[in-house]
Design a protein around this ligand. Structure first.
Ligand code: NAD
Length: 252
């Protein structure tokens, strides 16, 4: 047993925005349980964060119900409860819809949407005990699109609806919200093999009224607020964090 502080369960936490969530929640005193099937990234994360017993890593694929049950059960045994569930795991397979196979469609639905249902389902009774919080990860692509992103966009639209449905079903004990990131640069939050220093053009920056591309911290800071008691009257909502990109009309 690690200690009696609060516990956050974070899916897809070995890289990108999820890794920033892991780091920031640890820094705020949470115990963290992180699921990510990329073992190479998971091992690098454990070495880099040096969080000892406060961080539990599993190579769980959260789109599998069997694996999700096992992961959440292990987190409960290790930390004695769950206070926050962050459904962050996500993938994209972008192809013309006429070439996208059913297997590819189902994989994207499984990782991005079904996993959020499974983790919510199997954490609910524990979150009820703690008066806990679920934070889902949608995207601005739930409300706007580039070509050839049908599967990804559909999952993110699904997350918006799953969020308000869960908030109504699981309230008042559990609050449920989603964050819709816009363009968040994660190339410097990847495992060593894939790490890149980001370079953004003036056009990339000026596409955002905020004057820059987003960073994972922009998302984690909001997640910490939504997890806190200060957000006690906020549930069933979606928060767009995109530097204003979706509010800017562009005529080329
Ligand atoms: N980066 C952006 O610009 C952006 C924008 C909008 C939404 N999002 C969403 O934010 C979330 C994180 O995105 P990111 O850019 O940090 O991605 P990322 O690819 O950098 O990291 C995602 C992590 O999830 C893990 N993962 C993949 N499948 C998994 C599974 N089945 N079970 C558990 N973990 C799994 C991966 O191994 C990886 O470590 C995703 O849901 C994504 O859709 C990202």
């Amino acid at each position: 047993m690690a200690n009696n502080k609060k516990t956050a369960v974070i899916t897809g936490g070995a890289q990108g925005i999820g890794l920033c969530h892991v780091k920031e929640f640890l820094k705020s005193g949470y115990n963290v349980a992180c699921a990510d099937p990329d073992k190479e990234a998971g091992i690098e994360m454990m070495k880099a964060l040096k969080a000892g017993k406060k961080l539990f890593y599993s190579d769980c694929d959260v789109s599998s119900e069997k694996e999700a049950i096992k992961f959440i059960g292990s987190a409960i045994r290790k930390f004695n409860g769950i206070d926050v569930l962050i459904n962050n795991a996500g993938i994209g397979i972008n192809k013309p819809v006429t070439e996208l196979t059913l297997k590819e469609w189902n994989r994207v639905i499984g990782v991005n949407l079904t996993s959020a249902f499974l983790c919510a389902k199997h954490s609910a009774k524990h979150l009820e005990k703690s008066g806990g919080v679920i934070i889902n990860t949608a995207s601005t692509r739930a409300i706007m699109s580039e070509k050839n992103t049908e599967a990804y966009s559909a999952t993110k639209g699904g997350i918006l609806a799953l969020t308000h449905a869960l908030a109504v079903s699981l309230g008042p004990k559990i609050r449920v919200n989603s964050i819709s990131p816009g363009w968040i640069e994660v190339s410097d939050w990847k495992k060593k093999k894939d790490f890149k220093i980001p370079v953004h053009s003036e056009a990339d920056k000026s596409q955002h009224p905020a004057g820059r591309v987003g960073t994972p911290y922009d998302i984690s800071k909001l997640a910490l607020f939504l997890a806190s008691e200060d957000a006690g009257f906020i549930t069933g909502q979606n928060f767009v964090v995109d530097g204003g990109m979706t509010k800017k009309m562009i005529y080329v």
